[in-house]
Write a protein that binds this ligand. Structure first.
Ligand code: ZN
Length: 305
């Protein structure tokens, strides 16, 4: 091939048919895909990898009947609109967390169904068989619904961990969801009290009230910490700015409010990152004080590692 001088080369380029790159008149119409979210978000926490899994999201009407049972409609509407929220409907998120400690893969809560949770796990790069420990923060249906798949354990190789007070309360109550989804695993389950470890670097901290023995879990790795606070607070505005507002799903409303104030106060004082099961996906953020309550500060890239 003969060498071209720079001048000849430019001339050759100039003579390329520009029409090759021109769009055709009939455009290829991309289909409308609907709103979307990637179903996982992974951060580094010391030597741990922490991944939040979006297993479901849905819109629920009349949020005041859930989050503001003991306040006026006016107060609820004002708190909502000043935070750009509709007082008439609310989007719910359901977000289990999976933590790879380097030696064990630990799943916190199993979602409403095995299908939703295994799909999000797969998107995040994990198989159900890789899960070594399943931790149940409490026994509500949206946390225990993925324990079984077609009558078999979803996480075939896992052992199970939950709070002793929580297990005993539901076992005594004779709840159908508990009897179906949790009781069959009792012989593979470890029961924790406040301050005990689920695994190295993963400590149970009691936050009772939402349910009788609801637990949060503190992660610690190489000096980095994070609290998985589960259902301690279920909405970033209604439950954080107004921790005393009564929540329909809190079984002991006074105890739940006291736990919210104590744990949110600790998160704010320590400036500790947190994951909330029902916080807007990716469910990861910080808690600060504001007035007589708190505010949720979504993570903004500080934890990407
Ligand atoms: Zn929940």
């Amino acid at each position: 091939m003969p060498r071209l001088t720079r001048r000849q080369s430019l001339a050759a380029g100039a003579s390329l048919p520009l029409a090759t790159f021109a769009p055709t008149l009939a455009r290829a119409e991309a289909p409308m895909l609907g709103a979307g979210l990637a179903p996982y978000r992974r951060i580094a926490l010391g030597a741990f990898e922490v991944t939040t899994l979006l297993v479901n999201t849905m819109v629920v009407p009349d949020p005041q009947s859930i989050f503001g049972m003991n306040v006026s409609a006016t107060a609820f509407a004002e708190a909502s609109t000043e935070n750009f929220l509709s007082p008439d409907e609310s989007r719910f998120f359901f977000t289990p967390t999976v933590v790879n400690t380097g030696s064990e893969l630990v799943l916190f809560d199993t979602g409403q169904s095995a299908e939703g949770t295994t799909a999000a796990l797969a998107a995040a790069g994990y198989t159900p068989e890789q899960v070594d420990i399943v931790v149940l923060t409490h026994m509500h249906g949206d946390h225990i619904g993925g324990m079984q798949s077609g009558g078999a354990p979803t996480f075939a190789n896992a052992r199970y961990v939950t709070g002793r007070v929580e297990y005993d309360a539901w076992a005594a109550a004779g709840d159908e969801g508990f009897d179906t989804n949790v009781r069959p695993f009792a012989d593979r389950m470890t029961f924790l009290d406040d301050g005990q470890d689920a695994a190295s670097g993963i400590t149970a901290l009691a936050a009772f009230g939402h349910t009788p023995g609801h637990m949060t879990y503190r992660l610690e790795s190489e000096g980095a910490g994070l609290l998985i606070f589960a259902d301690l607070a279920n909405h970033p505005v209604w439950s954080l700015a107004h921790p005393d507002w009564e929540v329909r799903f809190d079984m002991d409303k006074a105890a739940a409010a006291a736990s919210r104030r104590a744990v949110l106060g600790m998160l704010a004082a320590e400036r500790l990152p947190a994951i909330g099961y029902h916080m807007p996906f990716p469910a990861l953020g910080f808690v600060d004080t504001r007035g007589d309550g708190f505010r949720w500060v979504p993570e903004a890239g500080q934890l990407m590692g």
